[in-house]
Every structure is written in C-alpha cells, then in structure tokens.
Design a binder for this molecule. Structure first.
Ligand code: FES
Length: 106
C-alpha cells in the first residue's frame, strides 16, 4: 500500500485551539493536538455521524461532544458507548512546523 502525504496545516494554526478541520480529496479529517502530540482522525463520530470537533481531548482520547463516546486518537478505536465502531485514523508526518496527513494512494 502506498501512502501520499498532503501538507494541511502549520503548527502555528493551533495557537488558541487544539483542533482543526481539514478536507483532503473530499475526506473530512479532524487534526488534534495534545501538548506536543498531533493526531488525525475522521471528522465524524461513528455513533450518529455528528462532528467530533469541539470534543474534549485528554490522554490521547477525544470525547464526542454529542453523546460522550470516547475514541483513541492513535488508533480510532471506540473506547466507550454509545459508539462501538472505530473511526478512521490517519498517519501524520510532522516536519518542522509543517503537518501532513497520509492517505492511501488511489
Ligand atoms: S454522535 Fe458521537 S456519541 Fe453520539
């Protein structure tokens, strides 16, 4: 499998926020920051397809702002109900201040 990395953000865009909504080839992605760590996961929750943006981030997890399901930001695994299906997680490349998200090459 080949992965293409797309530069989507600069670290400076995270000043004052810990989340950024990006779109690559019509794939909606939520970039998350926790301290010095960055993650990229699906923008939408697997429970009711509502946006995860605005969810509380802690211990490499995000809590869906709607019904409280928690997801692992590293793997996308659903950790608590009412979500049972994982969300997509994406590889990241951080070079200097540039953040790139990896997508499978079509
Ligand atoms: S939409 Fe996320 S837990 Fe329901």
């Amino acid at each position: 499998m080949t992965i293409n990395f797309y530069p989507v953000a600069d670290k400076s865009e995270f000043s004052g926020t810990d989340q950024l909504h990006v779109n690559i080839n019509d794939e909606e992605i939520l970039l998350c920051r926790e301290g010095d760590d960055f993650y990229a996961v699906s923008y939408y929750c697997s429970h009711a397809t509502l946006a995860l943006e605005g969810g509380y981030i802690y211990k490499s997890r995000i809590i869906c702002p709607y019904h409280g399901a928690e997801f692992c930001l590293r793997s996308g695994e659903a950790l608590t109900p009412p979500a049972f299906e994982e969300i997509k997680s994406y590889p990241l490349l951080v070079e200097g201040t540039s953040i790139s998200v990896g997508l499978d090459k079509n």
